[in-house]
Design a protein around this ligand. Structure first.
Ligand SMILES: [Zn+2]
Ligand SMILES: [Zn+2]
Length: 282
């Protein structure tokens, strides 16, 4: 499933890609890369900390956008998970910085990736995580006690959350495709039922006034995040009930049982692909 986005990316013209910047909380900025991927940047006296590096092709543009926010060096780069739209820029953004991620990200970036007839070489050593995390760690930086938590098995096996309690901002990686059906990378340890369980856990464990930044889509309030989870759970129930009633996945697609959530299919995962994702797990 990872093949599709990467092969699409290879064909496009990246010179038109834009990066917008908004303050998500005091000292924490959301850079929205190419209208697709959210990067968080924390600035202050200690330097710059970045969550996710977006695409390889937008690395230089992202670096320039970060330099507009601070003239201090990037000291830390955190990868929320292994996908190329979050780690592709590591070679540029992570240059001279510590890169923090789950061990699965380090493993993934340490090997050449074979995709059909193409082999994509592993990125250089300095683009791979040098600090790996299991469980939870805190990082005192720029007057914040940043919390990094491994919450595995939803989107991938190595999903991390990065929480800035003072700024009241959390980057939840691809556990939020805000307003869209999520991509669940089953081949890298993801599971759609664990995905919604983990989102529910996040909603229970962070305060009401936190701004949620997902890998894709706009920033969400907790109320929006709750509503979004409710929609995903409703789609799961519909597919589950249809399967229990003897419907095949082909019949579900044919009758468009998720038509009510048509807009959720407009980004990357279509109604049909969401049915394909759910069906084997229900
Ligand atoms: Zn992802
Ligand atoms: Zn992503």
């Amino acid at each position: 499933m990872l093949l599709i986005p990467l092969s699409l990316l290879a064909q496009r013209d990246w010179s038109t890609a834009e990066i917008s910047s908004t303050e998500a909380g005091p000292g924490v900025y959301r850079l929205f890369v190419d209208n697709r991927v959210s990067v968080l940047v924390q600035t202050g006296e200690d330097g710059v900390l970045v969550v996710d590096a977006a695409y390889a092709q937008t690395g230089e543009k992202l670096k320039a956008a970060i330099e507009k926010l601070s003239d201090k060096p990037i000291k830390f780069l955190i990868n929320t998970h292994l996908h190329g739209d979050h780690t592709g820029g590591n070679a540029i953004i992570g240059q001279g910085a510590h890169i923090i991620a789950h061990a699965s990200v380090k493993d993934f970036l340490s090997k050449d990736q074979v995709q059909g007839e193409k082999t994509i070489s592993a990125p250089p050593m300095h683009a791979r995580p040098d600090i790996t995390i299991e469980g939870k760690m805190t990082l005192g930086f720029n007057g914040e006690t940043i919390e990094i938590l491994h919450l595995p098995g939803g989107h991938t096996t190595g999903d991390l959350l990065v929480y800035f309690p003072k700024a009241k901002v959390i980057h939840v990686g691809d556990l939020l495709f805000a307003g869209y059906f999520p991509y669940v990378d089953v081949s890298n340890g993801g599971n759609p039922l664990v995905y919604v369980k983990n989102v529910a856990w996040i909603l229970e464990n962070y305060p009401d006034d936190v701004t949620f930044i997902g890998g894709h889509g706009p920033a969400f309030s907790k109320a929006q995040m709750k509503e979004h989870l409710q929609s995903l759970n409703e789609t799961i129930d519909i597919v589950k009930n249809a399967k229990a009633a003897g419907k095949t996945d082909a019949q579900m697609k044919e009758s468009r049982i998720l038509k009510q959530w048509e807009s959720f299919g407009s980004f990357f995962i279509t109604e049909d692909r969401w049915i394909d994702t759910l069906y084997p797990f229900l």
